[in-house]
Design a protein around this ligand. Structure first.
Ligand code: CA
Length: 230
């Protein structure tokens, strides 16, 4: 789905230049002139990012930004200010206004598009859930931790990588060579036997009875499979 950008700018020429460039880069845009009804329109539109001119005809952009931050529909939407004067930058960066970034006019459309993309990427990273629940397992990729029914497993880096792979690829049998390629990658000096050693260590951590595993089972003559954890 294309990301939606609201362009709140009363200078028609600049607005259409921004509109043109953002549309050209695959964004969906809406130009708003910045009047009393703009907040309502923004709340209905729920854009992914707002470009906001500081000098607007009916209110100043700072006031509109304060209202955006108080609006439940928009409070988390990134706001990138477009300012005509560099002395406004201090106010843009003032914490009480809640702007995320600014560009001082004149600026190149290319730089603006790059800035918009960077903000949207950051939003996506923030939106990624910190931890994923997979049956009784909780996988926290950013912290590289795994919990089993609330208890944290004590994993080496390789054990974490291997368990992460199994948790995210359940129900399929993998040969030792496939596991080496997927988990160990380019590292040398590892042999298929390495996989067995790490599987045994993982079983000791995640299985009630490591000798008759419930999750990490052996596929005879082939390799291993992680059973769907439900
Ligand atoms: Ca203006």
């Amino acid at each position: 789905m294309p990301k939606r950008i609201a362009i709140v700018e009363d200078e028609a020429e600049l607005a259409s230049l921004l509109d043109y460039n953002l549309t050209h880069h695959g964004f969906e845009t809406q130009v708003l002139a910045g009047s009393q009804g703009t907040l309502k329109t923004l709340e209905g539109m729920k854009p992914d990012l707002i470009l906001l001119d500081v000098m607007l005809p009916e209110m100043d952009g700072f006031e509109l930004c304060r209202q955006i931050r108080r609006s439940s529909a928009l409070s988390r939407t990134p706001v990138l200010f477009l300012t005509a004067r560099s002395d406004e930058v201090d106010r843009v960066l003032g914490l009480e206004i809640g702007g995320d970034d600014y560009m001082t006019k004149p600026f190149s459309p290319r730089e603006l598009v790059a800035r918009v993309k960077a903000h949207l990427r950051r939003e996506e990273l923030d939106a990624e859930p910190a931890a994923t629940e997979i049956g009784p397992f909780k996988l926290d990729r950013s912290a590289r931790r795994v919990f089993l029914t609330g208890r944290e497993l004590s994993l080496t880096s390789t054990e974490f990588n291997l368990l992460e792979f199994f948790l995210t690829h359940p129900g399929r049998a993998y040969s030792r060579d496939q596991l080496l390629e997927s988990v160990w990658g380019e590292q040398r000096f590892v042999t298929p036997r390495t996989v067995d050693v790490h599987v045994r260590r993982l079983r000791e951590q995640i299985e009630e009875q490591p000798e008759s595993p419930r999750y990490l089972t052996t596929v005879r003559g082939f390799g291993y499979r992680f059973e769907e954890a439900v």
